[in-house]
Design a protein around this ligand. Structure first.
Ligand code: FAD
Length: 383
């Protein structure tokens, strides 16, 4: 018996769910969404992500990231058209000695460097730090990634007291989201534009004409405003970034800045000519979709101070700006919501609230959606 499923949302969460669900021939899947890959507005988070894998969860909550990383590694290794690349082995000492005589080799393989400042280490100890997974000394993810090692003192930039390096992946959303659509379509998924005001409207939107048996709610931030859901725990965590044409093949993130708690400093060069993303900010509850020019100046000043090679030693003036951008991470107090609920006689599988880690946990959370759909099918007399 076929199961008619309508997935609401064409961000990384909705599309990954549709892809994994479409591997079962008995699922007849329609994706409907207000925003599609190629659209840009701050509430549609997926295009704005870097996106890289820098594990953020605590060890207790690391399952989704652990489940996702091997698949992203496989895509980086075997599927070039997905727009994912590795950030390889980077020797920071070489990097800094080069800095003095200004010799740069953008072809040399590079890596992720995570730097920890004393002030955030103190906050981690006090339990008051927003993202304690990534910057933890002796982190759980050293067993997940390749080439992990702690940095030596001589390899740290000014302001950092410790750090680590490892190999991770970087995803170019401009390539990866359309690739996901293509994978879904080749499995028979039908993708349609559609805006709903109430989650139950989706029940009537299957391309098959049948009433949906199951709705997957992957509406991200809009789950706070969608009728039948109205989840007040969901808020935007505003992120401002600068997209540069400068490339450096190196990812870095430092645990904090001197410009306030809501400002971040990180950098990654996107795969396949996607430019370099420099961030940023993390501003819970801020709905301002416009880039703040002062914030952009701070973002760029911090990065050229930490990584002068990015602009070949020419400071902010050496940066070639493609655009300033703002996206809202769909943060949820209490964590991501992945659970089933029967509304007006139709099963809804909620799948939203991924905050700043929607890509790096995408296969893990979508696998949970598949498990819930299978549970419903097992228990539903008609299916
Ligand atoms: P969204 O991408 O927001 O998609 C929601 C979908 O639902 C859209 O298609 C929308 O149109 C649709 N929708 C909503 N309401 C309705 C409605 N009523 N009717 C029809 N359709 C509707 N994550 C990482 O893993 N790594 C990173 O490096 C990273 N960096 C980030 C940097 C920034 C600046 C930002 C903003 C985010 C970053 N993220 C990162 C987080 C990541 O982007 C999000 O977690 C992820 O994109 C969430 O995807 P989603 O599909 O749940 O939501």
């Amino acid at each position: 018996m076929p199961t008619h499923i309508v997935v609401v949302g064409a961000g990384v969460s909705g599309l990954t769910s549709a892809l994994l669900l479409s591997r079962s021939k008995s699922n007849i899947i329609t994706v409907i969404a207000k925003d599609m890959p190629g659209d840009y507005n701050a509430e549609y988070a997926s295009p704005w992500a870097g996106a890289n894998v820098l594990p953020m969860a605590s060890e207790k909550n690391s399952l989704f990231e652990r489940r996702t990383f091997p698949e992203l590694q496989r895509l980086a290794r075997e599927v070039p058209e997905a727009g994912i690349h590795f950030q390889g082995t980077f020797l920071l000492q070489k990097h800094f000695s080069r800095r003095k005589n200004m010799i740069f080799d953008s072809q040399s393989p590079t890596d992720v460097c995570i730097y920890r400042r004393q002030s955030e280490i103190d906050k981690i100890k006090a339990g008051t730090f927003r993202s304690d997974g990534l910057f933890l000394p002796n982190p759980w993810y050293q067993s997940m990634v390749d080439n992990f090692r702690e940095l030596n003192i001589g390899e740290l930039p000014k302001g950092a007291v410790s750090g680590c390096t490892f190999t991770s992946v970087q995803i170019n959303p401009m390539i990866y989201l359309p690739w996901l659509i293509g994978q879904c379509k080749s499995n028979g998924v039908v993708i349609k534009r559609g805006v709903i005001d109430h989650i139950m409207e989706a029940a009537a939107l299957s391309h098959s004409g049948a009433k949906a048996d199951i709705i997957v709610n992957s509406t991200g931030l809009r789950s706070c405003k969608l009728g039948g859901v109205m989840d007040q725990n969901v808020i935007p965590a505003r992120g401002q970034v600068v997209v540069l044409r400068n490339e450096i093949n190196h990812m870095m993130s430092i645990s904090g800045t001197d410009d306030g708690n809501s400002e971040l400093c990180y950098m990654m060069t996107r795969a396949d000519g996607g430019g370099t993303i420099v961030g940023g900010s993390y501003e819970p509850g801020n709905w301002n979709p416009e880039p703040d020019p002062n914030q952009s100046v701070r973002i760029m000043s911090r990065i050229v101070e930490l990584v002068p090679e990015l602009s070949k030693g020419n400071g902010v003036r050496g940066l070639d700006i493609a655009r300033h951008a703002v996206g809202f991470r769909p943060f949820r107090h209490g964590g991501v919501r992945i659970e089933k609920e029967k509304i007006d006689g139709v099963w809804v599988v909620h799948h939203y609230g991924h905050g700043g880690w929607g890509y790096q946990a995408s296969y893990g959370t979508a696998e949970r959606v598949v498990e819930l759909v299978n549970e419903i099918r097992g228990h539903h007399p008609k299916l």
